[in-house]
Design a protein around this ligand. Structure first.
Ligand code: C2E
Ligand code: CA
Ligand code: CA
Ligand code: CA
Length: 280
């Protein structure tokens, strides 16, 4: 039984049968989602922690099948399981490249510094990934130095030798790499220094209690220290209130992303928001 809620379709009663049925309908629906034009990118601004000005944006995928919306938290894991993420991931990467190219033509030197795009572990296992990305960069005219690939800590560390090889090829194309959801996995310093990584993204779970829970503050302080030692930029995600911002600023976090500043926006709204900021 499904029911339409605030965030789209919710599936109640997670009996095994229902889970199987949900997975099946999502799998079948996703297969046609691209050609039916049901997918749409959102761009969540990433801002400078000190000035609050937009420095970049993260592309977040949205799916609107027929009359509803299904959250990426539901369909991305299913797409990863079935392998559909490979085709979806290429579509997403192309959208990021198209936006990068269009924004740079529109705003020239004042354009946002980068667009970040999520890449899942399953995509890294695809032998053709670097060639596909390279072709899409060429076709869209995007500047690879302005594309940041976000890969979760857990998937990076899962198969570090294979990933190292793939990441080197992606880095050779000129793109930069961020460790997403940092703090939720287990990377050792030794592993981190081996990978061509430029940015750490602190997971929302740690930003959440930063203003009230001293353990979270300690974790964040450790992450900031690690980033400094390795010369990496730091982005904190899920910043919802001013207390969190002040704390992150005091710790020396470079960039922040969260509802306190901007929600994920459709491209027109992003363009409006950024244009207005440039006029200020
Ligand atoms: P993520 O990469 O950690 O993305 C951040 C999530 O936090 C996004 O959820 C974003 O909308 C949400 N968020 C941002 N600021 C705030 C805030 O202040 N408060 C709260 N509560 N949430 C905030 P979203 O868009 O629902 O995406 C969920 C996850 O789905 C993403 O987590 C990412 O793992 C995955 N995902 C989304 N789009 C893609 C994609 O194109 N490819 C892949 N592989 N995964 C994607
Ligand atoms: Ca991300
Ligand atoms: Ca994240
Ligand atoms: Ca996260």
């Amino acid at each position: 039984v499904k029911q339409k809620g605030r965030d789209g379709w919710h599936f109640f009663n997670d009996s095994l049968e229902q889970k199987v049925r949900q997975r099946l309908s999502v799998t079948q629906g996703l297969r046609l989602a691209i050609e039916r034009n049901e997918l749409s990118p959102r761009f969540q601004p990433i801002v400078c922690a000190d000035s609050g000005r937009i420095v970049g944006a993260e592309l977040l995928l949205r799916w609107f099948p027929q009359d509803g919306e299904i959250s990426p938290a539901i369909f991305i894991p299913i797409a990863e399981m079935t392998g559909a993420i490979v085709a979806l991931g290429l579509w997403v990467f192309r959208q990021a490249c198209l936006a990068e190219s269009a924004w740079r033509q529109r705003w020239r030197d004042s354009a946002p510094s980068y667009i970040s795009v999520n890449v899942s572990a399953r995509q890294l296992n695809e032998e053709s990934l670097a060639d596909d990305f390279s072709r899409i960069l060429r076709e869209t005219g995007a500047d690879p130095r302005r594309i940041l690939l976000e890969i979760t800590e857990t998937s990076l560390m899962a198969d570090i030798d294979t990933n190292l090889r793939i990441l080197r090829r992606l880095a050779d194309l000129g793109m930069r790499v961020a460790v997403d959801d940092f703090g939720t996995g287990y990377s050792s310093l030794a592993q981190l220094t081996r990978l061509p990584v430029n940015v750490l993204k602190i997971d929302r779970a740690f930003v959440d209690g930063i203003d009230t829970q001293s353990e979270n503050r300690a974790v964040n302080r450790a992450i900031v220290g690690l980033a400094r030692a390795l010369g990496l930029k730091l982005v904190a995600e899920g910043v919802e209130n001013i207390e969190q911002l002040l704390e992150l600023r005091a710790l020396g976090c470079d960039y922040v992303q969260g509802y306190l500043f901007h929600r994920p926006l459709d491209e027109q709204s992003f363009i409006g928001r950024f244009s207005r900021e440039l006029e200020e």
